[in-house]
Every structure is written in C-alpha cells, then in structure tokens.
Design a binder for this molecule. Sequence first.
Ligand SMILES: [Fe+2]
Length: 279
Amino acid sequence: MMDPNASAPATEDAPLSAYEKAGAEDIDPRCIPQNLDGPPPVGDEIVTPEYPEEDHANWRFLFERQMGLLQGKASEAFREGVATLGMTPDRIPALRDLSRNMEAATGWKIARIPGLLHERDFFGLLSRRLFPSTDYIRGTAELDYTPAPDCFHDMFGHMPMLTEPAFADFYNLFGQAALNAEGQDRQSLERLHWFTVEFGLIQQPQGMRIFGAGILSSKNEVGHALSDAVDQRPFDVQAVINQDYDVWHLQPILYVLDSFEQLVDGFRGWAVERGLLAN
Ligand SMILES: [Fe+2]
C-alpha cells in the first residue's frame, strides 16, 4: 500500500493523498483514498479471486523481470522473505497463503483491502500487525509504471520484508505511533515511511542493498537507487524527518541503514521522546 500515497491528511476530516496535495490534474480514481465500510477480511477469511490468465501472465512477467533486475541488489531479508512466503513466478499468490506463511514468521497477517485507504484505517491495521493488501494486478498497459496501488507492489514489494523480525516490529510500532500523531509529527512519520518502508537501503557485508518496497517493485527505481546519481546518506531519524521528497521523480537522496535493529531502536527512541509511544 502507501506508495506513493504515504501522505499526511490536511485535517482529520478532509484527508488529502499525496496526489491531491501535489495538485495533480486528472487524478486516477484508484489513487483517491477510501474508507473501509467494515472490518476487512483477514488471513483465512480472504476469498481468492478467479484471475483471468492475463493477470497471472502479468504477474509472471513482473516477477521475473524484477528478480532479474534485483540480482545482487536486493537485501538478504527480501530474498529470504520471498522464499519464506512461498512466492513464485507461476501465478499471483493467494493472500490467505501468504498470510499463513507471514504469520508463522513474525506474527503479521494480511488484511484484504479494496484500494488506497485513508490513513486512520491504514495505521490502525499496522498497529494490529495486519498488513493491508490489494488483490488486483495492474493491466498489461501499465507494466512499467502504475500510479495506483496493486498487488504486485503490495505482495512483491512489501510482504517479504515483513518476514524480517526487526523490520516487522518497526512497522508495527510505526502504526501504533502514527495513530497518536498530530501536526508536525504526522509529516515526520510520512517522511520516515517514505525513506524506509518505501525507499530504504541497507549496508550489508556484500555491499549496499535495497529493502524499500517502492524500489523493489519498480523497474526504473531499481536501476537508479544504487547508482552514482543518488546521494546515499547514513540513516538518521532527525535527518530523515527534515528531508522533503517528491513522489513524481526518481529519488535523488536515499538513506542507508546499518541494520534493521538500528531502525527499530532509532524509531522507538524518537517516538517515545515525542510521546507517540509508551516507554
Ligand atoms: Fe507501498
């Protein structure tokens, strides 16, 4: 979810997506956040759609292309996560199967949602260790880029990282803190989400690697993220919350973690200091 829709509402009553805030004309209706009209189905409650063959073919194309591009570039946690979840190129995975495997790894489960959510619903699910995911895939004409959330981004981009214990704990704390945030803290959280969950890098013994879903699931961002065109800076909570970003262009600045423990510890410290989490 939340790509590139990780935006703070203008007010509690009239939330704006990043697209709306950017003043985009002809907003894709799929990019307008919706309210949940009831609790979404979770885990085994989720009914798997009867996908047409074309949808599975699009999944296969995207999965194989992205895995090829990510050779030597994706974090170890992502590569292991794909295996742990049992994702294969053959077909779009069933959310209930992914949910079962994710739960066994870190206690997170999957909630099926209809599309982009308002933040309150989104954070509420994260705070309960539920990852909101769509189950529809982009069309053949949108294989290189889609502005709207789809299940290739949600499943391939986000879910493998939720099998990594420290990252999984961080994302849960993020949801809890976000429910308590107001004013400036909301912008800080939006930026922290953007530069970690969506666009984060990590330094591994083998070299710099990608773990952010916005990069992992994007053909263009993968080629760009580890190149000299990007100013790669050491991760630091204060630096990130002071750094603006632009959803419309390849990212010129990215932040690099030493470890996922650094992320969970750094985030917890900041959130406790801001009064967003109890000690
Ligand atoms: Fe996302």
